[in-house]
Design a protein. Structure first.
Length: 348
């Protein structure tokens, strides 16, 4: 809205939306329409990825207005294309290489049925994503890495880099501390998040407990009611199941960790921690697509010793915490303010 445009929202939901949330959306947007997602085993025979087939109700939503631009948030909502007129300009916002993302989930998953589902989605998205991109006028990548890969040989007017928006004015100033906690945030029902956390606990956690007397790990995440009993066997671990607000956890943290080993696209938890003024230690996968420089914007480690040493340095050096966090915020303010890029697209 700060760009001087009006926005209508057409969204899919898998459960009822709380009236207060719907009221807030309608106060800030134009028309808001919700379409219920469906679940059926028969979706597999459509040849569509399940993520798209479950949103097939969008195909019945005919958009009467002529929009200057229709933005699809991922290939999963592509069924809505059937309801568009030939005059509508369509932009696809690519959050991940979906085929690579589901393949990574399959590698992380231990349960056979889930692993098979992720592999099948990976195969189906390989063809589906190509079809959707060919149908759209613009392809907008949130990951600079994936934009660079796909942008080669493409007209620059069609394939563009449009990162997640970061509001520099809303960033929290870094608050260096040498006795704060180490914070890890992630949805623990996702196999790649769980895999990364277990790697950290089994390979890095005990190294830090032996080296840093005041070290404590704080884990916060949604378990979808399953709980996190597996954490009970580790000492110096505090768990918060599905917290409604993370502000106090960020405020107490000296370091934010992203130990993820598999994934695709931009990992928003890394970006969120930087916005909160907390210095980041991450694997190379955890900062893919961001353009962040190791040693300048974050400290990196892909082996247990590298990761532990990076966390230990930040816990013991308040000056390094402030430097890393400040440089990260400066970079985000310069590169991740997407308003100028979006303004240019709308003007064209």
């Amino acid at each position: 809205m700060s760009l001087g445009v009006s926005v209508d929202l057409l969204a899919t939901v898998s459960a009822d939306v709380h009236p207060s949330h719907l009221q807030l959306a309608r106060a800030k947007l134009g028309r808001v329409r919700l379409v219920r997602r469906r679940a059926s085993l028969f979706f597999w025979i459509t040849g569509m990825p399940y993520q798209a087939a479950s949103r097939s109700g969008l195909a019945k939503e005919y958009l009467a207005d002529d929009y200057d631009l229709v933005i699809l948030e991922s290939e999963a909502v592509a069924p809505v294309l059937k309801g568009l007129s030939a005059r509508d300009k369509v932009a696809l916002r690519v959050h991940n290489n979906e085929s690579a993302y589901f393949h990574a989930l399959a590698r992380s998953e231990k349960r056979f049925a889930k692993k098979a589902y992720y592999f099948l989605e990976s195969l189906l998205f390989r063809h589906w994503s190509r079809r959707v991109k060919n149908r759209c006028d613009y392809v907008l990548h949130i990951s600079h890495r994936e934009f660079s890969r796909e942008g080669v040989g493409e007209p620059s007017s069609r394939v563009r880099f449009l990162p997640p928006h970061v509001d520099a004015a809303a960033m929290q100033a870094p608050r260096p501390k040498t006795r704060g906690s180490v914070l890890c945030v992630g949805n623990l029902f996702m196999p790649n998040n769980l895999q990364g956390l277990l790697w950290y606990l089994e390979n890095v956690h005990e190294l830090l407990r032996a080296r840093v007397p005041f070290y404590k790990l704080v884990v916060a995440g949604n378990t979808r009611g399953a709980g996190a009993g597996f954490l009970d066997r580790y000492q110096s671990v505090e768990f918060h199941d599905s917290p409604t607000c993370l502000a106090s956890l960020y405020a107490d943290a000296s370091v934010f960790i992203n130990p993820i080993l598999e994934g695709a696209g931009v990992k928003m938890r890394s970006i969120n921690a930087m916005q909160q003024g907390v210095p980041l230690v991450s694997t190379s996968v955890g900062v893919e697509g961001t353009g962040l420089a190791p040693g300048v914007h974050y400290l990196g480690g892909d082996t247990p010793e590298e990761f532990a040493s990076a966390v230990e340095r930040l816990l013991s050096e308040a000056g390094l915490q402030e430097s890393i966090a400040s440089e990260a915020q400066r970079y985000l303010a310069e590169v991740f303010d997407s308003r100028a890029l979006l303004s240019e697209l709308l003007a064209s």
